[in-house]
Write a protein of this length. Structure first.
Lengths: 336, 262, 284
């Protein structure tokens, strides 16, 4: 039995741009910008693979190479088993992309016409184009606006249509570059639910985002890219655990010193510190390695007569992971 | 600021001068080939002057001014709307009249410089004497005709804000006015209704006034001061009318879709 | 991962269907600019009227009309080729640039659709649209200037076909230039259009050109397309063709029509790959 091709395989991929920098009115200087530096990774079938990094990190460059829009300077990449430079048409036929948000739509065509046109570019028959366009319109609830020209759409509606365009060829691999940009909260949530559904149906998804909660809730594995380097790769849990940071939980309520001692005696507790505050006390519990055992903590407190008002866990986030790896926050623009 | 900006596009400035000269040479070359040895005589019989080169050059020089006026004023409004800066303009406390006046002043300066360059370089290339006849009077016709011309463009700009297909409309209007003002021929050859329509346009009076001053082809009403009086009348009426239509359209747009609606 | 549903080797019918979708898309977009649609016809009428009335000042009212050959034939047939030259040179490159700015050029490259078909679809649109405008304007011009001679239709169509093929090849080459120099291409297109307007004598006989200009005209293949086409359609009146014997001109036009499309396409693909290396397919 032939095993299915790996959706994405990247070996030592490099990309150097030549840019011109103005120096005064007439002079300019050419310089090289290395956007990708020897990146190697694999995306496994059926996973949602996150790409995280600030602006200018190299995420879009990597995606553009994988989708054949850009030619690499060094290294190789395969998408669905096809080499991106030599078998570019096969790569394009097997990938669905949403790369430039609401750009890339014909403003004088209706939403339906846009979808049918792009269906034609994937060599769908007229009948299949219409069917597929209708399916997508239904899935994304665009029925009310599908027969209006795109120039009349709001930003969010254009983004939804652009997402629909990525689904037109029902490709096994989806590449989505910040697909919830400019969407309102309910629409963004709906789109993520659709991505999850599509993944459940077997599609592999490469998903780039700035929004931590998206990466943490949606992605099976996450790659962190900065200044063209692949800094970290793993599941969200693995990446957080790699920090070797203590887990901390704050408990507020009526907590006696006896309760403090009882908690300190728990085997996984490194230290527990009680401070008085208005109306009660604050107990800060620091756990070693393995994390906080909340049920044991609650037991230890209630058995000593403590009244718990609030429990606030403090866990490392992906942003913490990023800061630890790079020394900066995700908000910093690193474009050269 | 806009003058400084355009100075950074020397290619565009060259095209501003070369294009009208090429336009003028089209009918000249065709005419010479078709008219044969009697070309000058026949031309004089049809237009009132044998100096067909100067006749055509004057036409294209005035055409340059008209073209700039339409592109800089009428199209400017649409361009601001497309780039989203029209809304910003409306949010600013500066009266829009001053903004429009600023753009018009830039356009006037640029078009006058270009038109003069067209006439001078064209005369040099096509070997005619540029300054013959009453040069001062010719210039007066141009200056007096400028304000009603820009009033017209404001009126047309209102149409463009509403209809939005700016390129097509400006091209059409530009050629429409070019046809009606008789850029390469006298409007006397028009049928009566068309002639009447042509005489409603200030550029028609500008063109004929300049030609009459420099080449002596004859004013519409026989005397220069009578033709100039008509242009003065346009000067009083056209800008006010243009601004009134523009204001009405502006209000209508603000009431409906908003000035930023692209 | 199931690749079965993906169209990895589309059939000829599927490719033709994609091609027709590209043509149809452009026609739909054009139709949705109604003012532009009407204005194009109006503008052509006005341009024709302005130039022909201007030229007629030199022979209007003279018994026997023009003494320098049939101006109707010279102008109308030259005008036909000029319309296609102007539209091709500008439209293909502008179209590509517009799609680059809009972001839809990148979309095209994300799909497996043929890039050659995409270029040809733009040609097809020009043929339809400019063809309509040209026929309308030619009828108008003929009615204004005088009787239009129509001779040697077969050879005339042959010369027109190869002239157009060569012109479209120029259009592809210009589209390549547009990918390199972006907005500056508009200025270059305008400059070229006007330069060619004079050098290729679209609206007047070559005999009207100054002596020092004629050798330059003879270096441009488009000049021979103009000369051959209108000389053929006018039935070779005395003095026509003006640049070279008709046999030579027909051969030259044929070679131009065969070589230029290929060369233009090669240049376009090269520019495309350059844009892919630079990452400028959607740059604006």
């Amino acid at each position: 039995m032939v095993s299915p091709p790996i959706p994405v395989r990247v070996e030592n991929l490099g990309k150097i741009y030549q840019v011109r920098q103005r120096k005064g009115l007439f002079k300019s200087e050419k310089r090289s910008v290395e956007a990708l530096k020897g990146v190697s990774l694999e995306v496994q079938p059926g996973e949602v693979f996150g790409l995280l990094g600030p602006n200018g990190a190299g995420k879009t460059t990597l995606i553009k190479i994988l989708t054949t829009l850009l030619l690499p300077s060094s290294g190789q990449a395969w998408v669905n088993g096809f080499q991106v430079e030599r078998q570019d048409n096969q790569v394009r036929a097997t990938v669905g992309c949403m790369l430039m948000g609401e750009r890339g739509l014909y403003w004088k065509l209706t939403g339906r016409e846009n979808l049918e046109y792009f269906g034609a570019l994937y060599h769908y028959s007229p009948k299949d184009r219409k069917r597929r366009a209708e399916e997508i319109i239904s899935l994304l609830k665009l029925g009310e606006i599908a027969d209006r020209t795109v120039e009349t759409y709001s930003s969010g509606q254009k983004m939804s249509l652009a997402f629909g365009k990525a689904l037109i060829n029902d490709a096994p691999l989806l590449v989505l570059d910040e697909p919830t940009n400019t969407l309102d909260v309910p629409s963004a949530s709906e789109l993520r639910a659709i991505v999850r559904d599509l993944n459940t149906q077997g599609k592999t998804v490469i998903y780039t985002t700035h929004i931590m909660i998206e990466a943490e809730t949606l992605c099976d594995r996450v790659a962190i890219i900065d200044h063209g380097h692949l800094l970290a790769l793993g599941t969200v849990a693995e990446l957080k655990a790699s920090l070797n940071r203590e887990a901390v939980v704050h408990v507020e309520g009526a907590i006696s010193s006896r309760a403090e001692e009882s908690v300190s005696a728990l085997p996984w507790v490194q230290r527990a510190t009680r401070t008085s505050q208005d109306g009660g006390a604050l107990l800060t519990v620091v756990a070693s390695g393995g994390g906080v055992n909340l049920p044991q903590l609650i037991d230890a407190l209630t058995q000593t007569g403590a009244l718990i008002q609030k429990i606030t866990p403090e866990e490392p986030t992906l942003e913490d992971v990023f800061i630890a790896k790079t020394g900066r926050t995700l908000a910093v623009d690193t474009r050269a | 600021m806009r003058l400084l900006n355009i100075s950074r596009y020397p290619g565009q400035l060259v095209m501003d001068v070369v294009t009208p000269i090429v336009f003028a040479s089209m009918p000249i070359l065709l005419g010479r080939a078709s008219g044969g040895a009697n070309a000058e005589e026949v031309f004089a019989a049809n237009t009132g002057t044998p100096n067909y080169v100067a006749y055509m050059l004057i036409g294209t020089s005035v055409f340059t001014i008209v073209s700039f006026a339409f592109w800089h004023m009428a199209y400017w409004l649409r361009w601001e709307q497309e780039t989203g800066t029209l809304e910003v303009l409306y949010l600013a406390p500066t009266n829009r009249i001053w903004v429009a006046a600023g753009t018009a002043l830039y356009s006037c300066l640029r078009s006058l410089l270009a038109a003069t360059a067209v006439y001078l370089f064209g005369s040099l290339i096509l070997q005619v004497t540029p300054f013959q006849g009453q040069v001062g009077l010719a210039f007066l016709f141009i200056l007096v005709g400028l304000i009603p011309l820009y009033g017209m463009t404001l009126l047309y700009g209102a149409v463009i804000l509403k209809v939005k297909e700016a390129n097509a409309l400006v091209n059409l209007m530009q050629w429409g006015v070019t046809f009606l003002m008789g850029v390469f021929f006298p409007v006397a050859i028009f049928p009566p209704l068309l002639k009447f329509l042509a005489l409603l346009f200030p550029p028609t009076w500008m063109t004929n006034g300049v030609r009459s001053a420099l080449l002596g082809i004859g004013y519409f009403f026989g005397e220069w001061y009578l033709d100039l009086a008509v242009l003065w009348a346009f000067l009083l009426v056209a800008p006010l009318f243009g601004y009134w239509v523009f204001s009405k359209t502006e209000t209508s747009i603000r009431r409906n879709e908003g000035v930023g609606q692209y | 991962m199931n690749l079965e549903g993906q169209n990895l080797s589309p059939s000829l019918i599927a490719s033709l269907s994609a091609f027709w979708a590209m043509v149809r898309k452009e026609l739909i977009i054009m139709a949705r600019y109604p003012v532009n649609f009407v204005a194009s016809f109006g503008q052509v009428f006005l341009i024709v009227a302005v130039f022909t009335l201007g030229g007629s000042m030199f022979y209007r009212g003279v018994e026997g009309g023009s003494s320098g050959g049939n101006p109707s034939g010279v102008v109308v047939y030259g005008f036909m080729l000029y319309m296609f030259m102007g539209d091709t040179l500008w439209a293909i490159g502008y179209n590509v640039r517009h799609e680059q700015v809009q972001g839809t050029l990148e979309q095209l490259y994300l799909s497996p659709a043929s890039k050659f078909a995409n270029l040809v679809s733009r040609v097809a649109n020009i043929l339809i649209w400019t063809g309509l405008l040209t026929i309308t304007a030619s009828i108008l011009m003929a009615s204004m200037i005088g009787d239009l001679p129509v001779e040697n239709i077969g050879l005339g169509l042959y010369v027109m076909a190869f002239s157009l093929a060569g012109t479209f090849g120029l259009g592809f080459a210009f589209a390549a230039l547009t990918l390199y120099i972006k907005e500056t291409a508009q200025t270059v297109a305008n400059f070229l259009q006007f330069g060619l307007l004079v050098l290729c004598a679209y609206f007047f006989p070559f005999s009207a050109l100054p002596d020092f200009v004629l050798p330059i005209s003879k270096l441009i293949p488009l000049s021979y397309t103009v000369d051959a086409f209108r000389s053929t359609m006018m039935g070779f009146p005395p003095g026509f063709p003006e640049l070279a014997p008709i046999g030579f001109e027909v051969v030259l036009v044929t070679v131009f029509g065969l070589v230029m499309p290929y060369l233009g396409y090669v240049l376009y693909r090269r520019a495309e790959n350059h844009a892919r290396r630079r990452g400028s397919l959607s740059a604006y």
